[in-house]
Design a binder for this molecule. Structure first.
Ligand code: CMC
Length: 428
């Protein structure tokens, strides 16, 4: 017999079912609560609220566990490629050799943008933030692929491939626009990450050799970012999809949600914070004290997480990769020393220990991006490239759920009660 719990109200007691996940997590199913009791639940920030059941990603924040479709992130980081991981997230299983080849080939055939899209880039100011360009151009893709007379499933498949194929091209074009260089067309003989780095850093007038260490580092970072269950941007994608929004609009909305500094925008802010600290003489203590000061709005960027209360497994892998890449490139980045010093100081400070604040995925990733030559404003774009398969997997899961409903939270109204309309000449 499945577990049930009783909720006691002043006027009655309601018995509600408990929903249990495959890893033993439990949720009180309140879907009939209002109908049965007249009450709703209130949970700002959704700290205790599950919005859905999902088969895609499992996180145990207390133990620092992250698994995509059951496979630990450490294993995928060591053995997989970004496109293989994308396939795993989207279709639910590791691809066979044939499936992966077909998937990769389909993506290869869609990397170019419609030539008219180039005109959009001319319209943006030179200093436009690349996340604004990314979301705008992704949303505008829906104008190039509208009224397509195909079955819904086929359309979902095709648009999934189009988005995976075109996002790196849009990202690279936004960088080229910002530095006034010509756009470099995708070269479909190149692997996914290599192709992106080639579009970013080559120019038509010269041969350009993409450093294999950069390709490996990018593959790793994209895998680590590929999904993270119901985070702010993924929940946004699911919410927009719930209104039956088209896939391009859903992903554009996800990109916008990711942009903010509490979410993906933190990777840009971390580097800016470290650079600022360094310019001021590297006074780590000062920043720790500032982060603890309730009168200051400053937070240690790249620290803390809603779910992880022990360590973020992605941060652990990225920190190791950071050391490895800089050693291989025989490069020394004083920002890495400063980041390590800051981490050490924070982890010994009672404020951070008591509140269980640890470095998150964004703390060290920027140092790798910097070593690869990615400009700081484009760091969050890199996060978006990585998160795309997760967004697509969730949009698809939502769509295929026969019980799906439009997402429509309730509220408790705290404004004025009914009052009179006073004509303007009589208002004091
Ligand atoms: N520096 C200083 N204090 C912090 C920090 C921080 N980075 N993070 C949380 N706290 C404090 C916060 O002030 C609060 O203290 P109190 O209980 O005294 O009011 C307590 O810790 C709990 O914080 P919260 O804001 O209630 O926690 P949350 O789960 O709502 O927020 C977070 C999580 C990630 C938004 C937050 O930790 C934060 O703003 N971190 C800095 C930004 C950042 O690195 N974001 C990237 C997140 S990971 C990647 C991603 O999801 O995109």
């Amino acid at each position: 017999m499945s577990e049930r719990v009783e909720i006691r109200f002043p006027h009655k007691t309601v018995e509600v079912p408990v929903f249990v996940g495959t890893e033993g997590e439990k949720a009180i199913d309140v879907s009939n609560l209002r109908a049965e009791s007249g009450y709703i639940t209130l949970d700002p920030g959704f700290v205790n609220t599950g919005s859905c059941a999902s088969d895609i990603t499992f996180i145990d924040g207390e133990k620092g566990i992250l698994r995509y479709r059951g496979i630990p992130i450490e294993v995928l980081a060591g053995k997989s490629t970004f496109l293989e991981t994308a396939f795993l997230l989207i279709y639910g299983h590791l691809p066979t050799i044939t499936e992966l080849a077909e998937f990769t080939n389909r993506i290869r055939r869609h990397t170019m943008l419609h030539e008219d899209i180039k005109a959009f880039f001319s319209g943006f100011p030179r200093d436009a933030h690349p996340m604004a360009i990314l979301s705008s151009v992704v949303c505008s893709l829906s104008t190039f692929y509208q009224n397509e007379n195909r079955p819904e499933n086929e359309l979902m498949e095709l648009n999934t491939v189009r988005l995976l194929a075109k996002l790196p091209t849009i990202a690279a074009y936004s960088y080229k626009k910002s530095i006034g260089q010509p756009f470099v067309y995708p070269d479909n003989s190149r692997e996914y990450c290599e192709n992106f780095l080639h579009m970013m850093f080559s120019v038509p007038s010269e041969e350009y050799h993409v450093d294999p260490d950069h390709i490996d580092a990018l593959n790793l970072l994209l895998i680590l970012h590929a999904d993270h269950e119901q985070n702010c941007s993924t929940s946004t994608v699911r919410l927009v999809r719930s209104s039956m929004g088209n896939l391009f609009a859903c992903i554009a909305a996800g990109i916008c949600a990711l942009w903010g500094p509490r979410h993906g925008g933190a990777n840009q802010e971390v580097i800016e914070m470290l650079e600022h600290m360094r310019a001021e003489g590297g006074n780590v203590k000062k920043y720790i004290e500032l982060a603890k000061d309730k009168n200051s709005k400053f937070r240690l960027m790249g620290f803390g997480h809603r779910v992880y209360k022990n360590f973020d497994p992605r941060a652990k892998i990225i920190k190791g990769a950071c050391d490895k890449l800089l050693n291989k490139l025989k490069r020394h980045d004083p920002l890495l020393d400063l980041a390590k010093e800051l981490e050490e100081a924070a982890l010994q400070d009672a404020y951070f220990v008591d509140k269980k604040l640890y470095p998150n995925v964004d703390f060290y990733s920027g140092i790798i991006y910097k070593a690869m030559g990615i400009p700081v404003p484009a760091f969050t774009v890199m996060f978006a490239l990585g998160r795309l398969p997760g967004w697509l997997a969730h949009a698809r899961e939502y769509t295929h759920d026969p019980k799906n409903k439009i997402g429509r939270p309730r509220q408790i109204y705290t404004g004025e009660m009914q009052r009179d309309y006073i004509p303007i000449e009589k208002r004091g």
